[in-house]
Design a protein around this ligand. Structure first.
Ligand SMILES: [Zn+2]
Length: 346
């Protein structure tokens, strides 16, 4: 696909007041009708979702298909993998995750995790996730990315030839509020110092850092990481966070993506859990991320962003971020939607 095959969409504006209002849809967008109005015509791969079980996968795929999604990588509990694979085949691949629902995290992140990594690898899974968000420290003080117990599981994943996927840091808004106690949570930069120690420890590994490596707020910092670590890739997932921060410098984002082919993969971070399988919840993530990347839309995001009222309690709870589209060119979009992911995951 070239620029000339992508219809120009200057002044893109979704049709409003066409659907019931919810936290995923404050503008009343008919997400089904709006999908074909987005300019990009090629396929999209979503490299970052959490499909809890088969029913969740079915509900997610309804929205995913409307938004052109042909391949998906899911962090699904080991016990649910076979049922999803039986129905969806190669369309949904998997990323190894520990048993986050266990009460005993020493076991869940220790011996049980090693057993699961091997079982995932036997099923052909090629990526292993190491979640190291600071809030994990509330549950267990060994959640740092470089703690010895995590190093054990990383070594095993590497012996099995897996890509190492991480969640490092969290939004700046959280470090300013719920993580204000730096003695407990560290500073945001502390988390990157530990992460870069791990990158240095496994220089032959392919690395994948979710959520723009936790740094959509500072793309210069992210560029430094990508320049220092040529085997590191990132994904665009976590819609509310990405929309809020990347819209603040949409022009910088456009240049950043063009400058880093093969390094940024499209992902939504949709969590499909039997407790909430609403079509609008899932479709809103596709619409918002695609509008951010493809269009020149300049207006309110339809999705309620609780961080806004957390940082400024004078704001209403149902505040939504400003969404400013980056109008990324078609060749770069193809790379973000499919090419970068194909380079890593085939
Ligand atoms: Zn996620």
């Amino acid at each position: 696909m070239t620029d000339s095959t992508m219809p120009s969409l200057a002044g893109y504006q979704p049709a409003l007041h066409r659907a019931p209002i919810s936290d995923a849809n404050r503008l009343g967008i008919d997400y089904r009708a709006e999908a074909p109005r987005l300019p990009y015509r090629g396929e999209v791969w979503d490299c970052h979702v959490h499909l809890r079980n088969l029913a969740s996968a079915r509900a997610y795929m309804q929205a995913a298909e409307v938004y052109g999604t042909k391949r998906v990588w899911s962090m699904t509990p080991l016990e649910e993998v076979d049922a999803i694979r039986d129905e969806f085949g190669k369309r949904i691949a998997f990323i190894a995750v520990p048993d986050y629902w266990a009460t005993d995290w020493l076991h869940a992140m220790g011996d049980d995790w090693l057993r699961r990594i091997e079982a995932f690898a036997k099923k052909g899974v090629k990526v292993c996730k190491f979640w190291a968000a600071p809030r994990g420290l509330d549950k267990w003080d060994q959640m740092w990315i470089d703690s010895p117990i995590r190093l054990r599981s990383m070594r095993l994943a590497r012996e099995l030839g897996m890509t190492l996927m991480v969640h490092v840091a969290d939004p700046d808004t959280w470090f300013a509020t719920k993580y204000a106690d730096a003695g407990k949570y560290g500073t945001k930069r502390d988390h990157y110092a530990r992460f870069e120690r791990m990158l240095a420890m496994f220089p032959d590994a392919d690395w994948w850092a979710a959520h723009m490596a936790g740094s959509p707020e500072d793309l210069d910092f992210l560029q430094g990481l990508l320049d220092r670590w040529p085997r590191l890739r990132v994904d665009t997932s976590a819609t509310k966070w990405m929309v809020r921060e990347l819209s603040k410098h949409a022009d910088v984002l456009r240049d950043f993506l063009a400058r880093n082919p093969g390094r940024v993969m499209f992902g939504t971070d949709i969590v499909a859990d039997p407790a909430n399988l609403s079509f609008d919840l899932f479709a809103s993530r596709f619409w918002a991320l695609r509008a951010l990347l493809e269009t020149d839309y300049d207006g309110p995001s339809p999705i309620v962003d609780p961080d806004l009222s957390m940082v400024d309690p004078s704001l209403p709870k149902e505040s939504t971020a400003h969404l400013r589209g980056a109008s990324v060119d078609a060749a770069t979009l193809t790379d973000v939607y499919v090419g970068a992911c194909r380079g890593l995951l085939g």
